[in-house]
Design a protein around this ligand. Structure first.
Ligand code: GLY
Length: 352
């Protein structure tokens, strides 16, 4: 077991990112917790079974329940069902809610724990690359509401996020690539020599190298991405400034996802983020956008907008980050150097 990074605010450690060899290893770091309530994505039953067994052996398992996690089911009703289950199974203020799954599972469980009895402790075992490098770190929790993504929620930190690259071996390739986009995003925000390394590794995996054969490099890069995110969140937990950088590509991406859903076509969050980052790069530097396009396509990610640019404007205005007609766009000076600028959607579209 190894502490990878911490979220520290005013000298106080709010959350830790810990890594271990396999999912069940999480049971070994629960010394300070008496009883654990576990909610897990029904897609990762095998990993959940290993954890459940280890928790039972240590006498800590109070209850566990599967969740059919999907963007459509990421609703307040699903959270209320979790509250019912916590109440019915006797969860008290001392309970730890452990969520095992991707970002949808961790977002909902974090929210459910944050409002249950005015807040109980929670922790995550993210089982997707996207959740390991982004969603399960930083304390953004919540649900979709009235067709708006993550409209209801709170920022409250998990006690810890337990990361093990081994769980990614069973992740569908498309979901892996979705996380790859968030990893590349992180290193475009803060490079530390990791962006090129990540492109090379992701390109190898996209062209057939197995995850099992590259676990060590993957672990190093996931840890580095987690550390970048933890650093940003430590400096700006409630997104008044620097944390906005983590939304690089996301104003476009949310609009792309919204349009795709309306048109009945499917696109993953990461695929939309990849296209969104390239559009964001085009706002400042067309040559840089071309370079990113090449890198992303080597990593197996889509790079072209599947709709006419104009038709994205309406969807972008619906984004919750649009305030007073202006949107906080994250722009790229160079790899490792991004900044925010407030632009109207019309100004941004014109620049493209
Ligand atoms: N996913 C962006 C953030 O956590 O701020």
């Amino acid at each position: 077991m190894q502490t990878v990074t911490e979220i520290t605010v005013e000298g106080k450690v709010l959350s830790r990112v810990v890594s271990g060899p396999d999912a069940a290893g999480v049971a070994g770091i629960l010394d300070g917790y008496r009883k654990v309530w576990m909610v897990y994505d029904a897609n990762v039953t095998a990993h959940a079974a290993g954890i459940e067994e280890a928790l039972s052996r240590s006498g800590r398992l109070a209850a566990s329940v599967p969740l059919a996690a999907s963007e459509e089911a990421k609703t307040i009703e699903t959270v209320l069902a979790m509250e019912d289950w916590l109440l019915a199974t006797g969860a008290d203020r001392d309970a730890l809610l452990l969520a095992v799954g991707g970002g949808i599972t961790t977002d909902m469980a974090g929210f459910a724990a944050s409002v249950y009895k005015r807040g109980i402790r929670f922790a995550f075992v993210p089982t997707t690359l996207l959740a390991q490098v982004d969603a399960a770190i930083g304390g953004k929790t919540g649900v979709n509401f009235r067709s708006l993504k993550n409209m209801l929620g709170v920022i409250r930190q998990p006690d810890f996020t337990y990361i093990c690259p081994a769980v990614l071996e069973t992740l569908p390739a498309r979901d892996f690539r979705s996380g790859a986009a968030e990893m590349l995003k992180t290193f475009i925000i803060e490079d530390g020599g990791n962006y090129e390394k990540a492109v090379r590794l992701l390109a190898d995996i996209a062209s057939g190298a197995s995850i099992a054969s590259r676990t060590e490099e993957l672990q190093q890069l996931i840890g580095a991405a987690a550390a970048v995110k933890a650093g940003v969140v430590s400096r700006d937990q409630f997104e008044n400034g620097e944390r906005r950088k983590l939304n690089l590509g996301h104003t476009f991406a949310h609009a792309i996802e919204w349009k795709a859903r309306a048109a009945g076509s499917d696109i993953t969050h990461g695929e939309a983020v990849a296209i969104g980052i390239i559009l964001a790069a085009r706002l400042t530097d067309k040559a840089l956008a071309d370079r990113l396009r090449e890198d992303f396509s080597r990593a197996g990610l889509p790079t072209d907008l599947p709709f006419p640019l104009d038709s994205l404007a309406e969807a972008m205005l619906k984004d919750k980050k649009a305030e007073g007609g202006k949107v906080h766009f994250v722009l790229i000076r160079s790899i490792g150097d991004v900044y925010t600028e407030d632009l109207t959607v019309a100004e941004a579209i014109a620049r493209l």
